[in-house]
Design a protein around this ligand. Structure first.
Ligand SMILES: Cc1ncc(COP(=O)(O)O)c(C=O)c1O
Length: 451
């Protein structure tokens, strides 16, 4: 491990300089805490397609893809860039409702199965925060049932029990809500009821115990907080059946799965339609946006004339983000076999990675949905189904793999459960380079095993 860190430091002297200077006044030297990793992050000079270049001139094949939004790659699709350029000349922000909302909403309604009514925010975090408050305003109840290990952004309406310390998280049968940062209070966390991903029995029991106080069930169609853990057969259907039977709104947070796993997102892929859904990342075409959509009767609480939940914000529905969103959705609609190509390319890459790891006798579990996947280093390649399974991942192996890939020109997520994303810009050349880097990284893992 130390040799990998030393090699990284040798290759990134300008990044190190920047990091040391920035850290003096920008704590941690990064704008978003998940971009930080040990010993320090590299700093970017430029990006294009599937590649990024750091300030030291190193080139990396990028699988982080800005943490999800870049479905077509960096500086793509060109149509979004051209549309944004035109809109920059027309006006960056109006603060007055614009006609652009009509065309953007009509694209959202066309592609998102549950989108009968639509509201906008600026980020995924904001969209989920509003969705939770909307459900509370609609039901006049407080409590939210969510799944341990599911991430829904950083608001106190959702950043609960994402990565709880197991000593505070209660027993498996009776999981406790735990705030994920010091600024979220115990009182805020106490509004959450926690269940386990992929455990229909547990969900049914906890749901029935609390159904009379629930404002909503909040879930991602695929648990991306755990990497990329899809629902087991029937799990989402159980959630939908129970919530429908008892009239509790079901919120699908599609900030990451939206337009990543298919043209109709997670809800279309699994055929489970929520009452409210949130979007961010890809839907913004690279610009910041949040979308809350769903049943008209529920979203009516946001109608300023009669509503009880204001959705507001200086930058909300700014024309640049609206134009980028509209154009991105048009591009997704236009490219007929986009998702088939992404699926095929990702399957090929994942197969190649699997073959290499097996050849080097490395224990791993790999989970993929469309163009996102996660490699878990678990003993005997044990399957990961829920948050508590992730606690058994070998963190040292993860770190060695990450650093060895980085030193060989591949940037995968520095976060243990961060996911790999392919974009339409990843060509066979980049996939080939990636497999060559995986060969070397797998050798480092083997060395670790025999050390
Ligand atoms: C499922 C999910 N919800 C919400 C968010 C928060 O979105 P944002 O980073 O745009 O605030 C994320 C971000 O990764 C996410 O993965």
């Amino acid at each position: 491990m130390n040799d990998l860190v030393a090699e990284y430091i040798k290759r990134t002297s300008k990044s190190r300089e920047l990091y040391e200077e920035l850290s003096e006044y920008l704590p941690g030297g990064v704008g978003s805490h998940i971009r930080w990793f040990e010993p320090y992050p590299f700093y970017l000079d430029r990006a294009d397609g599937a590649r990024v270049w750091d300030v030291d001139g190193n080139c990396y094949v990028d699988y982080v893809m800005a943490w999800g939004p870049l479905l077509f790659g960096h500086r793509r699709p060109r149509a979004v860039i051209e549309a944004v350029k035109r809109q920059l000349e027309e006006g960056v922000i109006y603060g007055i409702p614009s006609k652009l909302m009509r065309s953007t909403i009509s694209m959202i309604k066309k592609l998102v199965p549950c989108a009968r009514a639509v509201k906008f925010a600026n980020t995924g975090t904001e969209a989920v925060m509003h969705a939770v408050r909307i459900a509370r305003a609609f039901t006049h109840r407080k409590k939210i049932l969510k799944f341990e290990g599911a991430f829904h952004g950083y608001s106190s309406e959702a950043w609960i029990s994402v990565a709880p310390d197991i000593s505070e998280a209660g027993s498996y049968e009776r999981p406790k809500p735990v705030p994920d940062c010091a600024g979220i209070t115990e009182e805020q966390a106490s509004n959450f009821i926690i269940s386990h991903w992929n455990d229909s029995e547990h969900f049914r029991r906890v749901f029935r115990e609390h159904k009379d106080e629930l404002a909503a069930v909040l879930a991602t169609p695929i648990n991306t907080g755990l990497g990329a853990i899809p629902p087991r057969d029937g799990f989402l259907q159980t959630i939908r059946e129970e919530t429908e039977k008892h009239g509790i709104p079901l919120i699908f947070d599609e900030v990451t799965t939206g337009f990543r796993v298919g043209r109709s997102s997670g809800q279309g892929l699994y055929g489970v339609i929520p009452d409210i859904a949130t979007f961010g990342k890809i839907i913004g075409g690279g610009l910041p946006i949040g979308v809350i959509c769903g049943r008209e009767d529920i979203l009516e609480v946001t109608d300023p004339a009669k509503g009880t939940h204001p959705v507001a914000g200086t930058f909300t529905t700014n024309p640049i983000s609206l134009v980028a969103c509209n154009t991105m959705l048009q591009e997704i609609e236009r490219d007929e076999n986009l998702y088939e190509r992404l699926d095929k390319d990702t399957a090929k890459l994942v197969e190649g990675i699997g073959e290499i790891l097996e050849r080097e006798d490395v224990d791993y579990y790999l989970s993929r949905v469309g163009s996102m996947f996660q490699i878990y280093f678990t003993e005997g390649g044990k399957e990961v189904l829920n948050y508590r399974d992730t606690l058994k991942i070998d963190r040292k192996m993860f770190r060695v793999f990450f650093l060895a890939l980085l030193n060989n020109g591949v940037f995968s997520s520095p976060r243990l459960l961060g996911r790999w994303y392919l974009s339409a810009a990843h060509s066979s050349e980049e996939l080939g380079e990636t497999l060559a880097a995986v060969e070397k990284a797998a050798k480092s893992l083997k060395k670790l095993k025999t050390a």
